[in-house]
Design a protein around this ligand. Structure first.
Ligand SMILES: *Cc1c(COP(=O)(O)O)cnc(C)c1O
Length: 405
């Protein structure tokens, strides 16, 4: 055996040197990202042995740690296996997947649904299956990164209109040849701003130009609407107006994975042509079982949503009574309640101060949001108590005073 290669700084090869150089640039720009390892899931966790209260999770209904969901996962693993063992088209597709797909289709009022390993894969899969070079995909500027990456993967041309600008969207659509493949795409709830698309207005535009509309409702499903069926339910959108709906399982449903819901022909097309569906291991059947349990809770315990919406309103009402200099509460009726700070370093400093006080709430900065729009992205959960919210508000007020003065 040859001796192990030493990787001392003085012996770095050009590849390692180039990587180090890029990392240093990232640090100099103040954009270096790090993970923090926590113990215990849920809003009350521990980091480095310290108790922390978190306000940055997407587990909006607290289902990731719900005993019935966890039990269904364990039970599902015992019955069906921890992993699918193959792709859905080989032999990784089980009856439990069918059952979940049927339930998701019913919940969202569609003919069919199709499971994906993640929302990121679902978006790559849908857009690359439906579009090709020569096609055109029209996006809201704040659409999720996976929708942009799906467009890139498809080779279609990317068109973006200013966030929420319907006139801009109309103009982009009017400029496209009706002979080309075209698609209009928007998030239902925008993940960094927390506001909602006007889906009815987008649907009217799409209809006028005879273009299919795709809505990614990762943050709306489970949270918005009386049945928790998301932005479309909350806005009373006729289902045939949105032929392509994407939902994720890792947010309000508390598990992992995603689905696309739509017509029989749409789902069959994705099974044939969506490479991120075809060439990957099936969703864990244990996760499918856990998601069925989560969906039961979403559909039968509307009080979780009611508590969450109560916390959202209380947070907004009381935050506005605090004197927080240089910080703006953004308009949002969802659990995503960003506090706009502006400057990148100031947003980081505020997040650090909260951390010292035992509150975990991450700063979001470029390139995730535009320069000058760095923010603290507060997210609320049905797992938070009134006392948790008291503590957030009181700590925010104290920390803002020391950071901005
Ligand atoms: C989180 C998110 C995704 C990605 O979903 P994952 O299952 O986490 O990969 C896609 N779209 C939007 C709008 C999201 O917020």
């Amino acid at each position: 055996m040859p001796p192990p290669i030493e990787m001392g700084a003085d012996k770095m090869n050009p590849f390692e040197t180039a990587l180090q150089h890029r990392l240093e640039q990232q640090k100099t720009a103040g954009r270096y990202r790090k993970r923090r390892s926590q113990r215990d899931a849920g809003v009350h966790t521990r980091i480095n042995g310290r108790a922390m209260l978190t306000f940055c999770s997407n587990d909006y209904l607290g289902l990731a740690t719900h005993p019935r969901v966890v039990e269904a996962l364990c039970d599902g693993a015992r019955q069906y296996g921890a992993g699918g063992g193959a792709s859905h088209l080989v032999n990784g597709h089980q009856e439990i997947h069918d059952r979940l797909e049927t339930r998701l289709a019913q919940w969202t009022g569609r003919e069919r649904a199709l499971l994906f390993g993640s929302g990121y894969q679902a978006n790559l899969g849908v857009i690359s299956a439906l579009m090709s070079r020569g096609g055109h995909v029209v996006h809201d500027r704040l659409n999720h990164a996976s929708l942009l990456d799906g467009t890139r993967l498809s080779g279609a041309r990317l068109h973006r209109f200013a966030h929420g600008d319907l006139a801009g969207a109309a103009q982009a659509l009017a400029g496209l040849s009706p002979d080309a493949d075209r698609l209009l795409v928007s998030d239902g709830v925008f993940s960094m701003d927390g506001d909602c698309a006007d889906v009815n207005a987008l649907a009217r535009l799409a209809e006028r130009h005879d273009i299919p509309l795709m809505i990614d409702d990762a943050h709306g499903l489970g949270v918005l609407g009386a049945k928790g069926a998301g932005t479309l339910e909350a806005q009373n959108v006729a289902l045939d107006q949105v032929p392509i709906l994407v939902g994720t399982l890792g947010k309000a449903l508390g598990t992992q994975g995603a689905f696309v819901a739509g017509s029989h022909a749409l789902i069959e097309s994705l099974i044939q042509f969506a490479r991120p569906f075809v060439y990957t291991t099936s969703l864990s059947p244990a996760l499918a079982a856990a998601t069925l349990a989560a969906l039961d809770i979403v559909q039968t315990e509307p009080e979780r949503r009611a508590h969450l919406h109560h916390l959202i309103q209380r947070f907004r009402r009381e935050l506005l009574t605090l004197a927080l200099p240089d910080i703006a509460l953004m308009p949002s009726e969802t659990p995503i309640q960003p506090l706009l700070v502006g400057d990148e370093q100031a947003a980081m400093a505020l997040s650090e101060r909260l951390y010292e006080e035992g509150i975990l709430c991450t700063a979001i900065r470029p390139p995730t949001v535009p320069p000058g729009q760095s923010r603290l992205r507060v997210t609320l959960s049905a797992a938070h108590t009134e006392a948790d919210l008291d503590r957030l508000l009181e700590t925010l007020e104290r920390c803002c005073r020391t950071v901005t003065s």
